[in-house]
Each structure stands twice: as C-alpha cells, then as structure tokens.
Design a protein around this ligand. Structure first.
Ligand SMILES: Cc1cc2nc3c(=O)[nH]c(=O)nc-3n(C[C@H](O)[C@H](O)[C@H](O)COP(=O)(O)OP(=O)(O)OC[C@H]3O[C@@H](n4cnc5c(N)ncnc54)[C@H](O)[C@@H]3O)c2cc1C
Length: 493
C-alpha cells in the first residue's frame, strides 16, 4: 500500500487526503499551524467564534463530486444564500439587496438601470456560454505541456476570444450604463483578489456562477464545519495529523524524494508526497530552486492581501446584513491605486460578515459576531503595518456611521490580522490572501504545475497551482492532483 504524506491541511490537502484514502492509500498529514483548515480556519475567543477568512462559496456541486468520489455522505450542511449579499455606497442609507432572481434584482436596480432584467439576461447568456465552453475543457482538467493546453484552448469557440483582451469593467460597460450596477456586478473580480480593471473579461463567467448557475452557499454552523466534517471523515479512516510541524527540508535519492524534514529535524518518509503549501512558495522555501527565488516570486502577479478584523459586540446590529459590502464613491480611482498602495486607507472599501445572524451559537446571547475583511496592498507594496491600528479605527468609525451604531462602545472582543500575520501563519507570499493572481499568463499551463519538475513523486494541490483560488477550485485541485497520483501509482483497491 503506497504511503502518502500531505504537507498542509488547507481544503486542498484535506480533500486530497480523503480521496487517496478512499483508493487505499496509507495517508499521513503534517501542518505547521496549531489546527487544520489553512485559510479556511476558525478563531474562538471571549465566548465568540469567527470564521477566519472564507464566508461563502460558489459551485457547491464540486463538493458533491468530491463525496461521490470518496463514497462518503456530505459531512456538513450547505445553506444557499438568498439574497446573495447587500451593498452600501458611502453617503447613502440604501442597501441594495443582490437577488439571484433577476426580476427581483431588476426591481432593486429600477432607478439605477432601466431595463436591467433584459440587459442582465443578455449578459448572463453570453457569460454562461463561456462558462460551459471552458469548465471541462480548461478548468477541470490537467494539461501535459503547452501543446496540450493550446489544443484545449483552441477548442473553445473563437467568439469568446475578445474577452481575453478586454477587462471585466469594459465588458460590463458593453451591457450596463449605471456606475453603481457595474461596480456591484464587478465585485466578483475582488473574489479573485484583483480589480475589475486588471481582470480579463473571461472572468465575467463568475457573474454567471453567482447569478444563474449555482449561486452562493455557506454552511450551517459556520464555514469551519467543512473542516470539522472532513477531519471527522479522516478520523474514521485512521489518518493522523501532526500540528505545529513545519516542513523545512527534504531528502532525496535517485531523482525521487524520500522524506521531508520538519523544523525539529524529524524526517517524514513516504512513497508519494503532496504539498498543499503554496505551490510557488514551497518550491522556493523548501526546495530552494533558482527558478523560484524570492526575486522571481516577486515578479509574479500576486493577489491583494487581507486586513481582517474580528469583533465581538455586546449587542446585535440589525442594520448589518449577513454578507454586506461597504463601497465608496471613487471606485475607479480606488481600484486603480489600492493595489500598489497609491491611495490612502483613510476611507477603505470593505466587506462584513455577521456570522451570528443565522448562527446564534457563534456569540453569547444577545451579542453579535462580526468579521470585517478589507483588501489591502500586499507586502511588496506596503511592507510596514505599524499604522494598522489607525486603519482599523478608521474602518470601525466608518462602519459605525453607516450602520448607525457606535461600534467602538459595543466591542467586547477584538482581534486583528494584518498581511504580516497572514504571511507568517500560513506562508502566504507577501501576505497575498488568494495566492497567485489569475492573469492569462498565470493560469492553466502557465500556473505552477501540480507535478514537481524534479521529483516525479511530489504533487501540489491548492490555490497557487491549477486551476486557481477559492474553495471550489481547491476541491477541483484535489481532483486533479489525485488523478496524477493514480495515473502513476494506481488505486490500491
Ligand atoms: C481573507 C480571505 C477570505 C477568503 N474568502 C473566501 C470566500 O469567501 N470564498 C472562497 O471560496 N474563498 C475564499 N478565500 C480563499 C480560500 O480561503 C482559499 O482559496 C482556500 O482556502 C485555499 O486552500 P488551499 O488548499 O490552497 O490551502 P491553504 O488554505 O493555503 O492551506 C495550506 C496549508 O499549508 C500549511 N503550510 C504551508 N507551508 C507549510 C510548511 N512548510 N510545512 C507545513 N505546513 C505548511 C499552511 O499552514 C496551511 O494550513 C479567502 C481567502 C482569504 C485569505
């Protein structure tokens, strides 16, 4: 029975562990953090429980594909979001509710964009075609070299080609006139850790996944139930995880890796190794490859970093919605400058998730569990975070004014994670929250590969390898890495 060692317990690592175990592999896992989940983590403090980062996801059917592959029941419960989220613009009391039902959404936007429903149907028909033309051809498969990738791309109908050269923003402008509507619909670019002005229009297919296809889901009891559910399945299979165990070095023989060495000098041997740590960073930090030197890593395009704030409030705030975006009035200027730290963070754009709204057990009775995520420049552009308390105070003051409650007076628990904390906790390059960006020269064949260049028994899974970032992509990534492994070693039963 081949033994597989998995480095990292992010969603990609956990799902690969279960896939391999279901095919008879003897699996072990190591993790440098104190608990499992990677970015899909949890913070518990002062009687409150927060999801540390992801708060919803699309393409829930990827989890269904995963449990079918493993032959297990869904170990957590999805909740479909309706409305998907709310959006507020600075200076206005109005909170737009973003419904999946286009008729209802048209009514919500009736003053902003007359004829929205019809325009949206045309837009979504177009992006839907793109989604279905690329899903299995480009997103859900491995590529064996550039030619294989190009042949696959050539099979995508040429009518979509102009979307490679336009931005999400200019594509939106072909269908909609209202600034606010375009800003709201292009928020999907931020889910890729970039802005609608530098994200290729091919990613408007995310609008289709959001508004038509599968919508957004979260999980009853909070997102960390995903991790708890997966851990309980791993326990049933006797798979152990060693926490606080950082892999620092390796041993190899005859072109094959024989073991990874942790910070305490212990060698972890196996036949197959799966790296769930960032696929580019690990090649630099542990394999010390020239092609992946720090300078070269910096030349890649990395997604924005998170500044995250976890508040426990001693009262509920009815004017906060479950998923709530707070935007300003200088979207284009802000988006163009924020990435490179060329605009002040005095009045930032941010997202708020109120977990206790539908999961009261996450807060003491009558209290509120609030998570604030502010996308900020990663550390190549803003290395110093000594001003973080000022930025956090600005955000809390801004949010207070917009929800009509002086939150500062209501805080009984507060934790902040800045890009330095994110970088240290999970080895995220320069604190980049979503890993490598999705520019056309950083996806598919051009993304760090899921098989190692040197050691043929080392595989990668997670956000910075194929296909990309986000929870459903991590699950697809585990499917692709498992396919590679089974091709070489076969299923045991
Ligand atoms: C603030 C924020 C909000 C997000 N919101 C959403 C959302 O709402 N919806 C969504 O779909 N996605 C969201 N994402 C993205 C999503 O969290 C990630 O794409 C996904 O969780 C990444 O999973 P992964 O498999 O790449 O592993 P990771 O989560 O990166 O886990 C990798 C693991 O490897 C460990 N590791 C690294 N190096 C070593 C080493 N040398 N030795 C041992 N262990 C090591 C790390 O500690 C970590 O636990 C968000 C991300 C962030 C940061």
């Amino acid at each position: 029975m081949p033994k597989a060692l998995i480095v990292g317990t992010g969603l990609g690592g956990l799902t690969t562990a279960l896939r391999l175990a279901s095919r008879g592999y003897d699996v072990e896992m190591v993790e440098m953090f104190r608990q499992a989940g990677g970015r899909l983590n949890q913070l518990k403090k002062d009687g409150f429980t927060w999801d540390m980062a992801p708060s919803f996801f699309s393409m829930s059917y990827e989890f269904k594909e995963f449990i079918d592959f493993c032959g297990i029941d869904m170990p957590f419960e999805f909740v479909e979001l309706d409305p998907l989220y709310a959006v507020n613009f600075r200076g206005s009391n109005r909170n737009y509710q973003i419904y999946k039902d286009l008729h209802k959404l048209g009514q919500e936007f009736s003053e902003l964009e007359p004829g929205f429903e019809e325009k949206a149907r045309r837009f979504l028909k177009d992006t839907g075609r793109l989604f279905h033309d690329t899903e299995n051809r480009v997103i859900r498969r491995n590529f064996d070299g550039l030619i294989d990738y190009l042949v696959s791309l050539a099979g995508v109908p040429w009518g979509h080609a102009p979307k490679m050269f336009r931005s999400v923003w200019s594509e939106m402008s072909r269908y909609f006139d209202s600034r606010e509507v375009k800003e709201i619909l292009s928020l999907v670019s931020f889910f890729l850790g970039a802005t609608p002005f530098d994200t290729p229009a091919v990613y408007t297919l995310l609008s289709y996944t959001e508004l038509v296809h599968d919508g957004y889901h979260n999980v009853r009891g909070g997102m960390y139930k995903i991790v708890e559910g997966l851990i309980s399945e791993l326990n049933k299979k006797g798979i152990s995880i060693r926490y606080n165990t950082e892999i620092k070095g390796f041993e190899a023989q005859n072109g094959r890796l024989t073991g990874f060495t942790d910070a305490a000098g212990i060698v972890h041997n196996a036949d197959v190794f799966v790296v769930n740590a960032d696929a580019a960073v690990f090649r630099h930090q542990v394999f010390n490859r020239k092609k992946w030197s720090e300078e070269r890593l910096d030349r890649f395009h990395w997604t924005m970093a998170p500044l995250t704030i976890y508040l426990g409030l001693d009262q509920q705030v009815d004017s906060l919605y479950h998923h709530h975006y707070f935007l300003g009035n200088n979207f284009k200027d802000y988006a163009a400058k924020i990435f490179k730290n060329r605009i002040s963070l005095d009045q930032p754009y941010y997202y708020v998730n109120t977990l206790s709204r539908f999961n009261p057990e996450s807060a003491p009775a009558g209290c509120e569990t609030v998570f604030i995520l502010c996308p900020v420049p990663h550390r190549l552009f803003k290395p110093d975070w000594s001003d973080r308390d000022q930025i956090v105070d600005n955000i809390i003051a801004d949010l207070s004014a917009r929800v009509g409650v002086d939150l500062k007076k209501r805080i009984i628990s507060k934790t902040v994670m800045d890009p330095i904390d994110w970088e240290k906790s999970f080895h995220l390059h320069r604190g980049s929250g979503l890993g490598l960006a999705h520019d056309l020269n950083q996806i598919g064949h051009f993304r760090p590969k899921n098989v190692d260049e040197q050691f043929k028994n080392v595989f990668y899974v997670g956000s910075s390898t194929v296909p990309g970032t986000g929870l459903p992509m991590a699950v697809i990534s585990s499917k692709l890495a498992t396919e590679r492994i089974l091709q070489q070693y076969g299923p045991v039963h």
